[in-house]
Design a protein around this ligand. Structure first.
Ligand code: NAP
Length: 316
């Protein structure tokens, strides 16, 4: 059992840990949970790399961390996950600038946006939340292989309960587009990606964990109208009457727990929430991971589709 739970914060999870000498790479590191994950790990001595699509927002986020922690070692790198060219350029630059990555936190995400597409023509949520991270992880793999206690944390969501990933039509070319269905499918893909990574790289000492952070008021809801936001809260509180919002440090706690907890050593391919490994549950609306998100055959199929979409194969 984990000593931490729903209300634990990043600083509580990392209390007593020394991350000096570790390099942590956080996508979406300029905002919300990613910024808090980076801040908390930098405060424990890690060199943190904030990846984001906007240079000014990255600089502001780095300045915010160093204002709180003057000794923090914070760097930034531009990476737009909705463009394969940008992801490749980020990978090339990262391999020149850094000598290793110990922890990769694939945190960036976009939620329930109107139908739109990435630079490469993929539906935006699947393309950004999954395909962008798939290619970035592939690009960064030489650095991760050079790390110690190597972990990859993929931010998923309880939204994965909405649906399995539709691997026959990931870009909604045939099915009518639904912003929540798309979000749910992309978040299921984040869990399946963790399963696929664990299967291929676990024997090399690289372990992957999917995380549901909880419900936290961040910029993630930027695409929702007031009515849509109210409808979401009603849906969530109806399915889980005990629902409560977490603070941002509580929300990022499961990410830093998955990245550092000793009890997870060598035990990747799992889905974590509230600072513990969630049980498989195909019914509950209050938690747990759906079995379709941990299914090895689906993970393999997603891997093949992702390699085709990204136009690159992992050398396992
Ligand atoms: N908040 C919640 O309740 C909740 C619940 C479940 C799961 N999650 C997951 O937690 C993760 C973090 O979300 P958050 O709540 O911290 O939201 P947030 O504050 O909106 O942060 C999302 C981050 O993703 C970045 N991003 C979006 N599109 C990008 C792109 N094309 N390229 C690069 N970066 C991009 C954003 O950059 P910009 O600032 O430039 O837009 C931002 O830094 C997401 O994966 C989300 O699905 C959150």
């Amino acid at each position: 059992m984990s000593e931490f739970g729903w209300a634990s914060t990043t600083d509580e999870v990392l209390a007593g840990k020394d991350l000096s000498g570790k390099t942590v790479f956080v996508t979406g590191g300029n905002s919300g949970l990613g910024l808090e994950t980076a801040r908390a790990m930098a405060a424990k001595g890690a060199r943190v790399v904030l990846a984001g699509r906007d240079r000014a927002r990255l600089d502001e986020a780095a300045a915010n961390i160093t204002a709180d922690h003057p000794d923090a070692h914070v760097e930034t790198i531009v990476c737009d996950l909705s463009s394969l060219d940008s992801v490749r350029a980020c990978g090339t630059e990262a391999n020149k600038r850094f000598d290793k990555i110990d922890m990769l936190i694939n945190n960036a995400g976009v939620m329930a946006c109107p139908l739109s597409h990435t630079a490469d023509g993929f539906e935006l949520q699947f393309g950004t939340n999954h395909i962008g991270h798939f290619l970035l992880t592939k690009q960064l793999m030489p650095l991760i292989e050079a790390g110690e206690d190597k972990r990859i944390v993929n931010l998923s969501s309880r939204g994965h309960h909405i649906a399995p990933a539709n691997l026959d039509d990931p870009n909604f070319e045939n099915a009518p587009y639904d912003p929540w269905l798309s979000y749910g499918q992309s978040k299921t893909a984040n869990v399946l990606f963790s399963v696929g990574l664990e299967q291929r790289f676990g024997s090399k000492g690289i372990h992957a964990y999917a995380v549901h952070p909880g419900g936290i008021d961040t910029n993630l809801g930027r695409h929702l109208s007031e009515e849509q936001a109210a409808a979401l809260v009603e849906r969530v509180t109806t399915s889980d009457p005990s629902f409560q919002w977490k603070s941002i440090p509580q929300g990022a706690a499961t990410s830093v727990w998955a990245a550092t907890a000793e009890q997870l050593e060598g035990k990747g391919g799992v889905y974590c929430e509230d600072c513990h490994v969630a049980p498989v549950d195909d019914q509950s609306t209050k938690g747990g991971v759906r079995s379709y998100a941990l299914d090895q055959a689906r993970a393999d199929r997603l891997w093949a589709i992702s390699e085709a979409m990204a136009g690159e194969s992992f050398a396992a």
